[in-house]
Design a protein around this ligand. Structure first.
Ligand code: ZN
Length: 346
């Protein structure tokens, strides 16, 4: 039986007279892809246009650049907020180097910041297994705790801006954990479409996606434990999204040490690829649906971020994403997959 998931690609072309070739006729091809779940489109054009720019981390250590950092250990007790006792009895939660605090500028009812390290500047190669596991497990425990105290909030998510090209306001590594009834358009579009998919096809979308991508061998990167890693058919970022799917995990209650271990194992492999590819910055998200459903599988998405150049520091996202709400990718997922795959082979 054919899979109910279809990967629709519209190939198009644009014609111009090329000044680089004596004004000969030139045909430039591009693609528009349709997300198999939500139907939202994403363009792929200008392939290879964006190169990862170097990031001089030493600059961030200079006192005049560093300025005041509330996340550095010597400032935390005085300058970071505490939770009300009813939510977190000790005020702040800690595990290893990880410290979880309320956001001083909350975006939601439960809007927390997790400081991942004692060090202010931490390169990718130093985001090691212990630091990652401590961070994720503390963040997930916080969300579970919130669920007990405030079960009315149905959705849970982790978000992460790593380093300034990603839009991160502070260099000091940190993640954010939310418990909310309004998790954003991407989350809600996926949730609604996933519910409809399960109703029609009797199976959750992501399990079907993993099976179909495994069969096609075009974007399936590999597995770490029960997690499956894919190059996403649609890229929300410009240089390729990697998706980790955790089949069987639908809500925060089903995420424990084993799932975090699987995710971190894959992430460490991906970070080795990022180091080789010159990626120094990224955005990441990790979604959890409401309890009691089996159609919204937990999944983690990560996209590299960079500047277009170091002359004028143009960001790698522009009106396409901000105003047209249309992602533009310059790296085809199938190509990305072949680059990352070797890092997931034993
Ligand atoms: Zn700091």
């Amino acid at each position: 039986m054919p899979s109910p998931i279809s990967f629709r690609i519209e190939e198009s072309e644009s014609v111009f007279l090329d000044p680089r070739k004596g004004f000969e006729t030139h045909i430039e091809r591009f693609q528009v892809r349709f997300d198999p779940l939500t139907g939202r489109t994403g363009h792929f054009s200008h392939v290879g246009a964006i190169k990862q720019q170097p990031l001089d981390l030493e600059v961030y250590r200079r006192p005049e650049v560093k300025g005041f950092c509330p996340f550095c250990p010597e400032n935390r007790a005085t300058y970071t907020p505490k939770f009300p006792e009813t939510l977190v009895s000790e005020g702040r939660m800690e595990r290893g180097e990880a410290v979880l605090i309320p956001n001083l500028f909350p975006y939601d009812v439960h809007s927390s910041v997790l400081i991942m390290t004692d060090e202010h500047v931490v390169p990718l190669e130093d985001l090691d297994e212990k630091r990652l596991k401590d961070a994720f497990s503390l963040g997930i425990d916080f969300l579970k705790n919130v669920r007990t105290v405030d079960p009315a909030q149905p959705y849970h998510l982790m978000t992460w801006n790593y380093m300034p090209p990603s839009g991160g306001g502070l260099v000091h590594p940190h993640q954010q954990y939310f418990s909310t009834p309004m998790p954003g358009n991407q989350f809600m579009d996926e949730l609604r479409a996933a519910e409809a998919f399960a109703r029609v096809h009797g199976r959750d979308y992501w399990s079907e996606l993993v099976d179909e991508e495994k069969r096609r061998k075009e974007r399936f990167i590999g597995e770490t434990g029960n997690s499956s890693w894919l190059a996403s058919f649609i890229s929300l970022g410009t240089v390729g999204d990697i998706l980790a799917v955790l089949p069987g995990v639908f809500s925060i209650d089903q995420c424990g040490e084993e799932q975090i271990h699987d995710l971190v194992s894959g992430l460490l492999r991906l970070f080795l690829y990022y180091q080789q590819a010159g990626v120094h910055s990224f955005n990441a998200s990790w979604f959890f649906g409401p309890p009691g459903q089996e159609y919204f599988t937990s999944h983690f998405r990560i996209i590299p971020r960079t500047f277009l150049n170091l002359r004028d520091f143009a960001p790698d996202m522009n009106f396409f994403q901000s105003l047209l709400q249309e992602p533009i990718g310059v790296l085809l997922p199938e190509h990305l997959c072949s680059q990352v795959q070797p890092f997931f082979q034993e």
